[in-house]
Design a protein around this ligand. Structure first.
Ligand code: ZN
Length: 320
């Protein structure tokens, strides 16, 4: 059975809304839907400029809805975690009463049989409203607005900013060689794989020789030495953005292992301040209990051995 590892890359943005969208978002916390006059029309959500001419619009705001009429719709039979509802629902373009443009939102109708163009829908408001379009959990069939029992009330201040989390989640299969590398690490061993054709040795659970494109198998396993010398290093000074867990500068080093032509990249150094790290510094692997539900060991990092430096100027050119 193939196992998968999930990893998520997040880009948390904060953006200012400006005076027009800010009005709309603030209105949502008050359970009001706000549009803007543009000629004879009313645009919802409001825009700062006339979409036809590009001319700036006067800030003539109009309350619309709360109910409206479905113009077009499509049924989402299998919602993903990125959809607004966890059960099947419709995405619909809804013409709110008094508006002349459609608002895109979810309709919680239960079944596609309950959906049709021209049907009436009204918002179901969330109890906690923060000034985003999802303050309306969904629209529901009929004219009756659904209010929460435990309403938290409007925002105390006008909504001027919006948090926007762009994220992407990767699901990566764990290969047989990677599983073997993790198993041997749990025993406190560093696994290498020797190419049966060219005899190059690769650390970890690599699948192929990068030069010969020959598949590497458990028959090619070798134990790697657990001492070596720093070839080069980077000191990372963490910038405090949302989600950053590091607060102090830290180093990552490349290590040429003893007696074998293998460089391990981006390794952590333990028990040594960043300013003392230099090419030639001798290091040894340090293992720690895996912790949590896992048994065995994990490679915690590399600590100075106290031996004299390796004096070889060519070391700094080694990154792999
Ligand atoms: Zn090879």
């Amino acid at each position: 059975m193939t196992t998968f590892v999930e990893s998520t890359v997040r880009f948390p943005y904060k953006r200012s809304l400006g005076p027009v969208i800010g009005q709309f978002m603030t209105g949502l916390t008050e359970r009001r839907l706000v549009g803007i006059r543009c000629g004879d029309g009313v645009i919802v959500p409001p825009l700062e400029w006339d979409p036809q001419t590009g001319k700036e619009l006067a800030r003539d705001f109009v309350e619309v809805g709360p109910a409206g009429t479905v113009q077009t719709w499509c049924w989402v039979a299998e919602p993903t975690r990125q959809h607004p509802l966890g059960r099947p629902f419709a995405f619909a373009l809804i013409m709110l009463d008094g508006a002349t443009t459609g608002l895109f939102h979810a309709v919680d109708a239960g079944s596609p049989d309950a959906m049709e163009s021209g049907m009436r829908v009204a918002p179901r408001w969330r109890a906690d409203r923060t000034g985003t379009l999802t303050d309306i959990e969904a629209f529901v069939p009929g004219d009756r607005v659904q209010l929460p029992d435990d309403d938290a009330g409007p925002a105390s201040e006008p909504v001027t900013m919006m948090n926007y989390d762009a994220s992407i989640t990767y699901s990566t299969p764990v290969t047989e060689n990677e599983t073997r590398a993790a198993q041997t690490a749990a025993q406190g061993r560093l696994l290498g794989l020797r190419c049966p054709r060219c005899a190059r040795v690769y650390p970890g659970g690599r699948g192929m020789c990068a030069v010969c494109a020959v598949a590497l198998t458990p028959a090619d396993e070798v134990d790697l030495p657990q001492t070596g010398a720093v070839t080069n290093y980077t000191v990372v000074t963490p910038v405090q953005y949302p989600g950053q867990t590091e607060t102090e500068p830290f180093a990552r080093v490349h290590i040429l292992l003893d007696g074998i032509d293998v460089v391990l990249g981006y390794q952590q150094v333990l028990d040594c301040p960043s300013e003392k790290i230099h090419p030639g510094l001798r290091l040894a692997a340090v293992w720690a209990p895996a912790g949590g539900a896992a048994s065995g060991k994990v490679l915690a990092g590399w600590a100075p051995t106290g031996e004299p430096d390796v004096d070889d100027p060519a070391l700094v050119n080694r990154i792999n």
